[in-house]
Design a protein around this ligand. Structure first.
Ligand code: GAR
Length: 282
């Protein structure tokens, strides 16, 4: 049971312990304050008192837990946790993401793992320009609908807007997608399309700068560091405003494959959480 919870909360054992402590101390503090309030108003014993106690405890529980979470260094976890509970009660519809990918889809897999059973986000569609792309296999594994797009319709037709609308897509994530995004799609999703690039933009971006070629160029230029960039998509390749960057050293002994592994590690570590934060602000 603890193992399941730990995986659901996506935390390590140390953080898991601190969270449980916060629940225990937050709950006790909440009960203590509830009893003090009843005593201050001299509420008589009986069913009325029990009902009032339960009501007070429910009302002050979020504040009590948030307060105690500061002491345990878990404020940001509990802030998100309470927001998620609020969303369940307020019945805000989930945001639907489409992931566009052309390759093996390791980033898509991480995003799918992250948002499985998420309270406010669901991955509703996987879009690929390649019928043989590994990402489609991952989509099947996670039972996510897929859409294979054709060049002609994407660039000169309706850019598949109808398909995206009927899947109720609110947000698009490019996770290793090779084609440029047509202006019509950018206009239909203003500031709602993000891309991940395997270098520190504005360096090593632009047409043809994809995957392994990026790492080869970084090594050839004898750069001391590389990294990842997550940015909004505009009508130029790898150009829109930057949302997030993370860095890693490039050693003299690094080959493009070794650098690719370091970059993938950074991508897997950060992409989903950046998307989650961005969607929470929208
Ligand atoms: C990722 O490294 C991503 O940054 C890159 O393609 C790779 C896809 O890997 N994207 C670009 O180069 C975009 N210009 P994945 O299929 O394993 O997720």
């Amino acid at each position: 049971m603890f193992q399941d919870l730990k995986e659901k909360w996506k935390v390590d054992w140390r953080q898991f312990t601190l969270i449980i402590c916060t629940f225990i101390f937050g709950g006790s503090f909440c009960g203590y304050v509830g009893r003090k309030i009843l005593a201050a108003f001299a509420v008589e014993n009986g069913f009325g008192r029990i009902g009032l106690y339960v009501l007070i405890v429910c009302l002050i529980w979020p504040f009590s837990v948030l307060l105690i979470s500061i002491a345990f260094g878990q404020f940001s976890f509990f802030k998100d946790y309470i927001q998620r509970i609020m969303r369940i009660f307020s019945k805000t519809p989930k945001k639907h993401i489409a992931i566009f990918a052309s390759g093996t889809g390791s980033n898509a897999r991480k995003i799918l793992e992250h948002f499985t059973d998420h309270s406010s986000v669901s991955i509703a569609l996987i879009v690929s320009n390649k019928a043989t792309a590994g990402v489609l296999q991952i989509a099947t594994e996670y039972q996510i609908p897929t859409l294979i797009i054709e060049r002609e319709r994407f660039f000169r037709g309706d850019t598949y807007l109808q398909d995206l609308r009927s899947a109720q897509i609110d947000f698009i994530v490019l996770a290793g997608f090779l084609w440029k995004i047509p202006t019509a799609l950018i206009e239909a999703y203003p500031n709602k399309i993000v891309n991940i690039h395997p270098a520190l933009l504005p360096k090593y971006g632009g047409k043809g700068m994809y995957g392994q070629l990026v790492h080869e160029s970084v090594i050839e230029a004898k750069e001391k560091e590389s990294g990842i960039t997550i940015h909004y998509v505009d009508d130029k390749y790898d150009h829109g405003s930057i949302l997030f960057q993370a860095r890693c050293p490039v050693l003299e002994t690094d080959t493009p494959d070794i650098l690719a592994q370091k970059i993938h590690k950074l991508e897997h570590q950060h992409f989903s959480t950046v998307i989650e934060k961005l969607l929470a602000e929208k």
